[in-house]
Design a binder for this molecule. Sequence first.
Ligand SMILES: Cc1cc2nc3c(=O)[nH]c(=O)nc-3n(C[C@H](O)[C@H](O)[C@H](O)COP(=O)(O)OP(=O)(O)OC[C@H]3O[C@@H](n4cnc5c(N)ncnc54)[C@H](O)[C@@H]3O)c2cc1C
Ligand code: FES
Length: 513
Amino acid sequence: MSESSDELKGPDLEKGMEIGALADGGMVLGHAFGQAILVARCGDEFFGIEAKCTHYGGPLEQGLMVDCTIRCPWHHARFDLRTGEAMAAPALRDATCWKIEKRESRIFVTGKIERKRVRRPKSSPKNVLIVGAGAAGGAAAEMLRRQGYEGAITLIGADEFLPYDRPNLSKDYLAGKAQEESIPLWPPDFYHEQKIEALTKTRVAAIDPGNGRITLSDGRSLGYDSLLLATGAEPIRLSIPGADLPHVCYLRTLADSRRIIEKARRAKRAIIIGSSFIGLEVAASLRERKLEVTVLGKHEHPLENVLGHELSGLIRETHESRGVEFHLGRTPATIRDREVQLDNGTVLEGDLVVVGIGVRPNTELAERAGLATDDGVLVNEYLETSARGIFAAGDIARWPDRRAGRIRVEHWVVAQWQGQAAARNILGAREPFVLPPFFWSNHFDLEIGYVGHGGRDDRAIVSGELRARDGSVFFRKGGKTTAVVSVGHDVENLEAELAFERGEEFDPISGEQ
Ligand SMILES: Cc1cc2nc3c(=O)[nH]c(=O)nc-3n(C[C@H](O)[C@H](O)[C@H](O)COP(=O)(O)OP(=O)(O)OC[C@H]3O[C@@H](n4cnc5c(N)ncnc54)[C@H](O)[C@@H]3O)c2cc1C
Ligand code: FES
């Protein structure tokens, strides 16, 4: 992952290019009509598609072509080369497709293709209620309409805002590098146009699976034919003296991120409690805002249990080289107005405290409704819960991953992919969820992509030069690769994802793929 430039590169495709210059499965970045266009060859067919990913503009020519689809190197969105459809999140807008004409030995881009999608779902429930308007819930609502579902959709969210780009809340938005206009996943009129009834600041208080009804916190009751539970997770709160002081913040919602930004404007020194992904991303973003930043973590090596020793060291070095201070192997004992006292008596000065010590899945609704739960809502491969007509997706769902067994993860794209898959299954697709987990995390110029699901005691093998932002760590157990974490090696990460998805082994180090 690196900057994607706006400069037009490669052949002028209005003037054409030789067919022989593009082998089967090959891609060429060129331009026509002032736009960057990727031309891809799939057998004897040629496709033209806008060259930048519709998520954050990732360079699709650096991605992976699989059959007649292209996967983005940055956060693994997938596009259908024939139609431009954003088949898998985090891209939510289709890519523009371009007409290609063959004339003798050359191909030419001759204009845009305008397409209208017409789909009919296999089955249509009378109505669908979606509880939770976050990553999974929003993606599900959009996918229901995309599949041609014409029944009523109600998207119910406790948050005051409609679905937004949560990962950005600790990254560019918090750092002051992304404007708030870029944060909503869809414009407000999208819901009206798509006839999605979107309720904000509305909490579902109870579900009655026997009668197919839910109760809202204001006492209203709604019936459902199909229900998707996508209630996400809540930050774990600190319970030490001073934890409720006004300068102590948590980060889950847009309102939380705004609050931190507001306080950061007046603060000089921030103390981040928790050295996991959120804590470290907040540390990086607040450094970008020129605050002095100290990270306090209970483990000696930040993120070592997830990313291994080498990457843990590199992440720490990267933060330290930008001025972040660490106090590791310590926990906070007391928070006061302008300081935090640690368990060993050390006192750290700070006028802003951000706590990132993990999250807890919001499973109470499911538990009270009698659904099967076990550190998450248990779902089968179709994302169905133990109650008929109720599906679950995202941070709350514990599903049977084909390689790792029953797992629950807290990853943005997994939540969106599951929301999309659940929507198709609500409409009768009977499509097992087989995508391997993937997440990304940014720390200044260090951008990490993680695919698979490793365990704490897996062996970590480094390939390439992590420090040069050009390598991967392979996690291995029982002769198999469980996860691959890449820094710069985006295609390798996509190849690992493809192998995991297909149930194949992935071991490029020894060559026994
Ligand atoms: C700051 C931050 C940065 C992150 N960065 C990354 C990243 O870089 N990469 C990555 O992979 N993941 C990242 N994540 C994790 C990712 O955002 C989550 O995994 C993802 O949002 C989960 O989606 P979800 O739909 O399950 O839940 P959410 O997106 O949390 O949505 C759940 C929604 O349900 C609502 N809700 C809860 N209970 C009720 C109820 N009873 N009634 C009605 N509504 C209810 C909540 O208000 C919420 O809006 C980040 C998370 C945070 C907080
Ligand atoms: S930029 Fe392509 S998936 Fe994010």
